[in-house]
Design a protein. Structure first.
Length: 457
């Protein structure tokens, strides 16, 4: 008999175990999602939701209809040696309450170190030191959340040396010691197969299936022999094959959802992609084909360490992890040297991928600024060696760097952002040699930009 994930955690889910087909809720997909009657749940990036303002249109109606909405966090840094930020934890718990989430999910990753934001989910080493830090952080977060927490393994281009656990063994030990659930991401597993030689079949066979809350599938692209989990490309055949294998192994209904974060396809293409997921998740006609043997969940609420004995103190382990994570983040975003034990080529590739990700995020938030000639190469040159500050701050700083070359639309875009969120505000751009622009925000009139004319007039 297979155990329900919700029953494998001591915290009850608001809606019971997840089931059926889901999708990542994005504003660009709101109308598409509203028109689908076969979606059993959605997942929303918790950090994109306002703390006090109304929920985005479309998402609010899903909550009112009682559609399960999972709050998916990306910013806690559960695998980081830096202390957890209480405001982030409280925000995630508050968002879970606002959307009446059945569960919350986050990542087995770190996102900051050495006082720097990486701007990406970075993998943790599969060591006892990292496991102890994760266990302490996950337990602390679970104590603040109103519902169970599911943990996702991220994709990565680089890998730590000197692993003391196998991939699945590390996750199993983590959930056994924390009473957490697992979020299985098959696109990330496919990436690990190509990038690091992970055997996905052995990985799936070793997982504690009674702990899996739901499954992610997404698209990506291979560049120069490495797989990038982009969420902007169609799902690959290999990921769908892994989904069919999961269905073969797990006889109960598997909750699976599509992640899509940009380059949104047509309604028909997106429909076809969801149909392919439904077909793959349906599995074979035989209910016993490849069935996964059931494991007993071994929740160690007393702080037990499972099968691996400790030979060091938790404080020493956190300090060691702190040093290595600091060095890696400095190398990736602040121009530091490649830390010992890492492949310099993989560090360089990851650095380039992070710069590409920052440029894409900036372009989404600042579309007029991204129309600057040779935007990608110029932003990459600007951002190299500069730690990420978020797409908003990156855009303001980059616009200041190229201010003499900005078109009027890009100048106006900066002014509108400068007065946004204020009741009464004025911002002026008096760039030398150009017509002054003025942005005004006031009650009853909203935001107006004065002095703007088309280039050449």
């Amino acid at each position: 008999m297979t155990t329900d994930p919700a029953q494998s955690s001591s915290r009850p889910s608001r809606h019971g175990p997840l089931h059926g087909l889901g999708i990542g809720w994005r504003p660009e997909l709101a109308a598409f999602i509203a028109d689908r009657s076969d979606l059993s749940f959605v997942e929303v990036i918790a950090e994109t939701l306002p703390a006090h303002r109304p929920l985005p249109a479309g998402l609010d109606r899903l909550v009112e209809r009682g559609i399960p909405v999972i709050a998916h966090g990306v910013g806690l840094g559960l695998g980081g040696a830096d202390p957890l930020q209480p405001t982030r934890v409280a925000q995630l718990a508050a968002i879970a309450d606002r959307v009446r989430a059945p569960i919350v999910s986050e990542h087995v990753a770190f996102v900051r170190a050495a006082g720097l934001e990486a701007g990406h989910l970075l993998p943790v080493p599969r060591t006892r030191d990292a496991l102890d830090v994760l266990v302490a952080n996950v337990r602390a977060v679970c104590a603040e959340l109103p519902v169970p927490l599911a943990l996702e393994h991220p994709a990565a281009l680089l890998r730590w040396a000197d692993a003391e656990f196998g991939d699945a063994e590390f996750l199993t030990e983590l959930v056994e010691r924390t009473d957490a659930l697992l979020l299985l991401d098959l696109a990330n597993l496919h990436a690990d197969r190509i990038n690091h030689g992970v055997d996905p079949h052995r990985f799936l066979a070793a997982l504690p299936w009674e702990r899996i809350a739901y499954i992610h599938v997404a698209g990506g692209i291979e560049r120069a022999g490495l797989y990038h989990d982009t969420h902007t490309h169609p799902i690959t055949r290999e990921v769908l094959t892994l989904l069919r294998e999961c269905t073969d192994r797990h006889r109960a209904s598997v909750a699976v959802m599509l992640e899509r974060d940009g380059r949104y396809p047509s309604v028909q293409e997106l429909t076809d992609e969801l149909d392919a997921i439904i077909t793959a998740a349906a599995g074979p006609a035989s209910p016993t084909a490849g069935a996964m043997p059931c494991r007993t969940a071994l929740t160690n609420r007393d702080g037990g360490v499972g099968t691996h004995a400790h030979t060091h103190t938790h404080t020493d382990g956190r300090a060691r992890l702190h040093r290595t994570q600091d060095d890696l983040v400095r190398a990736l975003v602040a121009g530091g040297p490649t830390p010992a034990g890492f492949d310099p080529a993989r560090v360089a590739t990851t650095r380039t991928a992070l710069l590409r990700k920052r440029a894409a995020a900036l372009a989404r938030l600042w579309p007029a600024l991204s129309c600057l000639p040779e935007f990608d190469s110029r932003f990459t040159a600007f951002a190299t060696g500069r730690a990420p500050a978020g797409a908003h701050a990156d855009g303001v700083a980059f616009a200041h760097e190229v201010r003499t070359e900005l078109a009027n639309d890009a100048r106006a875009e900066q002014l509108v952002a400068a007065v946004a969120g204020r009741r009464l505000a004025v911002a002026v751009d008096r760039r030398a040699g150009a017509r002054p622009l003025l942005a005004v925000r006031a009650p009853f009139i909203g935001t107006r930009v004065l002095g703007r004319r088309h280039e050449g007039t």
